[in-house]
Ligand binder design. Structure first.
Ligand SMILES: C[S@@+](CC[C@H](N)C(=O)[O-])C[C@H]1O[C@@H](n2cnc3c(N)ncnc32)[C@H](O)[C@@H]1O
Length: 377
């Protein structure tokens, strides 16, 4: 039985199937992160023109420049602490880190940039890309203890494994994967983790019988971890997503989980496991609710185009065009595109021990006003 071209993935999935239970969560963990043959562990390109999908920094350095400017403002507001660190979770190939570092170094900032990347293959790629900053960067598996600074998560939370649930007339059920006539198929079963019930109670009012949706419990685990280690500072999250009210709207009745392969989006592919990305929209209400319980304060929420415009992207382009007349500013349209990344990617700012409500990049509201207004409902 061939589930994947990779023998190790094949063996692991068959073993789980034979032992009687393969939840979607377990399937996603293997498909994306199996050290051999997992999508993010693969030697093929995951990102960019030749990969499965494209993210903002493939359109040029501008998003990195705007983020660098915000980091500088935060650094100044925190009175330039000596142990200030920038930590990026899931940097992938390292392009965003490159743009941020390049921009901050130009302004001679003190720099200590830590990259936390689960895929050894991608960590190596970003280490190579960032070799000219080697004095300023480090790769780590863990956050430093008790630090001040900024944590960045750019399209990180949409890639962590999630559970898929359905509300049925017999209560909430979870999606498992089973083998039937030599093919992988979905089957509903009991909830695999009791913590899922806790979240269901909070969102039940939005869900109708027959509706399918995702819960990323690991987002909560991540928030718990960063809240323990970040003494003072900010967390900037960039990702596709919505508030509870919008994510559970009828238009998403079948959930938001999807696969990407060579820029084509489809239902989650159960074939050729390891060859496609698997992702889902991020539930920003879930993030705020859990973050606030852990002592974070919500200081900003907008979309990428308003983040960039509020954050001074036009001034940055004008300033840089003076010193570099042939500068490539075409990619700007890609990151501001109101039908694409510009409105699709939301940006959330959480803080601890510092008030950043007036950070300029959050001065404008997102196009998706419903998510903005209902974030905490
Ligand atoms: C969708 S990709 C985004 C990559 C990059 N930030 C970008 O925007 O192009 C998600 C990244 O998160 C990494 N990742 C997933 N889970 C992780 C974890 N628990 N710790 C660190 N990195 C993780 C993946 O290996 C991958 O590089």
């Amino acid at each position: 039985m061939k589930i994947s071209n990779d023998p190790d993935i094949n063996e692991k999935i068959l073993k789980k199937l034979n032992s009687g239970s393969l939840s979607f969560y377990d399937f996603m963990e293997i498909a994306l992160y199996n050290p051999q043959g997992g999508f993010y562990s693969n030697i093929e390109n995951q990102f960019g023109k030749d990969g499965a999908f494209i993210t903002s920094h493939y359109y040029g350095k501008w998003l990195g420049s705007v983020i660098a400017k915000q980091i500088k403002i935060i650094f100044n507001k925190m009175m330039n602490p000596v142990n200030f660190k920038i930590v990026e979770y899931g940097p992938g190939e390292g392009f965003l880190a490159y743009d941020i570092l390049e921009s901050l170094i130009k302004n001679n900032e003190y720099l200590d940039y830590i990259l936390i990347e689960k895929s050894t293959h991608l960590a190596k790629k970003s280490r190579d890309l960032l070799s000219k900053f080697k004095e300023k960067i480090s790769f780590s598996e863990n956050l430093p203890d008790s630090f001040e600074g900024v944590i960045l998560a750019h399209e990180f939370l949409d890639a962590i494994p999630f559970h898929i649930l359905q509300k049925t007339d017999r209560g909430y059920k979870e999606k498992y994967i089973v083998l039937e006539s030599n093919k992988l198929k979905y089957q509903l079963g009991p909830l695999s983790k009791s913590e899922l019930n806790e979240h269901i109670k909070e969102i039940d009012k939005y869900i109708e019988v027959g509706q399918t949706f995702e819960i990323a419990l690991d987002t909560k685990v991540w928030l718990e971890l960063i809240s323990k280690k970040l003494k003072k500072g900010a967390v900037l999250i960039f990702d596709y997503g919505f508030s509870n009210q919008v994510i559970f709207d009828k238009t998403r009745f079948h959930g938001t989980a999807r696969s990407f392969r060579k820029h084509m989006v489809s239902e989650v592919s159960l074939e050729n496991v390891g060859k496609s990305d698997i992702t889902a929209d991020v539930n920003f209400s879930f993030i705020v609710k859990n973050a606030e319980k852990l002592g974070f304060t919500l200081n900003g929420f907008t979309d990428q185009s308003h983040f960039c415009i509020g954050g001074g992207i036009t001034d940055l382009i004008e300033k840089e065009s003076k010193s570099e007349p042939n500068i490539n500013d075409k990619g700007v349209m890609g990151i501001l595109d109101p039908t694409g990344l510009g409105s699709g990617i939301k940006v959330m700012l959480l803080t601890k021990g510092i008030d950043l409500k007036d950070l300029q990049a959050f001065s404008m509201k997102p196009d998706d006003r419903t998510s903005f207004n209902t974030l905490k409902n």
